[in-house]
Design a protein around this ligand. Structure first.
Ligand code: NAD
Length: 311
């Protein structure tokens, strides 16, 4: 259904996702403000464009994979933005960045108020936006095994599924506009808090004289078992092949986790829900970044219990 795919944001995640689209046979036109990121694509024969507007002019569908809500908003609505002129070639826009659901909903309305340059009998009549953030880090992006959680119209979701499956292995339709972003933020909030729960309990266990390895064995065969204990243990030496075993390098940066928890806290405030654990997690992950660990994996939050701030 979509032959030419525009891709904007060729960073750690986006470069790998765009590569998988090329491998799947799509014609891909790319844009990034970083020239080096673009060069890697021109070297393999992909079309490179100077602005988002030019990407839109050359594409049936455009995917964005950018750092934050404000980057996404600017790339869509800025002076050289994807929606410039309001009469558009792409029928579909997919934003896979992790951003707040309010911005996703706002953009969805703006996109649906635009018009399509070409109307076809079997197509929907207005351009559509899907918010489709991903779970799985750089390795999953490379291997094409991401999970997409998707908000927007079901018709647009069905049309986009082959694209998702070229970059990932699971897709979950979450409902209307913004629900994909909401799902992602809630997933990462639960992870941020469970990582703190496991870290806090293992630190207490050590102080009570039980080794982290022994206590992890107990957790993993008892009711405290969770992803943070059995797949991504935060204590150095307990598991191999995870960031804690390599000085917390690689993995999911603390600054990205802090960003996601901040979005959760703002969203909670906007809907008037009291979320005390979110506030505490926000404080701790922000402190972790301020202490110079912003590029380390977020499981280094375990160190917080030995940082002196906790004494
Ligand atoms: P990144 O910083 O590596 O890449 C972002 C890219 O966007 C960069 O190449 C940057 O030059 C480009 N960019 C910034 N502003 C731009 C603009 N105005 N126009 C064009 N290009 C612009 O980030 P990433 O790790 O690829 O993450 C992207 C998104 O995916 C974030 O929202 C992040 O939270 C989310 N995410 C990341 C991971 C992960 O493990 N890295 C996992 C899941 C979700």
């Amino acid at each position: 259904q979509f032959e030419t795919v525009g891709f904007i944001g060729l960073g750690n995640m986006g470069s790998r996702m765009a590569n998988n689209l090329i491998k799947a046979g799509y014609r891909v036109a790319v844009h990034d403000i970083n020239c080096n990121a673009m060069k890697k694509f021109s070297d393999i024969g992909a079309a490179t464009k100077e602005t988002p507007t030019e990407v839109a002019e050359a594409s049936d569908v455009v995917i964005t994979m950018l750092p934050t809500s404000s980057h996404v908003y600017d790339v869509y609505t800025g002076p050289n933005g994807l929606l410039y002129g309001g009469n558009l070639r792409p029928r579909l826009f997919i934003d896979s960045s992790t951003i707040d659901p309010q911005t996703s909903r706002k953009l969805s309305t703006i996109v649906s108020n635009c018009t399509l340059k070409e109307q076809k009998e079997d197509h929907w009549k207005k351009p559509a936006l899907l918010d489709a953030p991903v779970s799985g880090g750089v390795l999953a992006a490379e291997a094409g095994t991401l999970t997409f959680m998707v908000g927007g119209s079901e018709e647009a979701y069905m049309a986009a599924e082959p694209l998702f499956l070229s970059m990932g292995k699971n897709t979950v339709y979450c409902g209307g506009a913004g629900n994909g972003s909401a799902a992602k933020i809630c997933n990462n909030l639960a992870l941020a808090i469970s990582m703190l729960g496991v870290s806090e309990s293992l630190a207490l266990g050590q102080s009570l004289g039980i080794s982290a390895s022994t206590l992890t064995k107990v957790f993993n065969s008892s009711s405290a078992r969770c992803w943070s204990s059995d797949s991504y243990n935060p204590v150095p030496g307990v598991m191999e092949g995870v960031p804690s075993s390599r000085n917390y390098d690689g993995g999911f940066a603390s600054k990205l986790m802090a960003k996601d928890v901040n979005i959760a806290a703002t969203s909670a405030k906007e809907v008037g829900l009291r979320c005390p654990l979110t506030s505490q997690a926000q404080e701790i992950y922000t402190e972790l970044c301020e202490d110079g660990h912003e590029t380390k994996d977020f499981s280094c939050v375990f160190r917080h219990y030995y940082s002196g701030k906790n004494e």
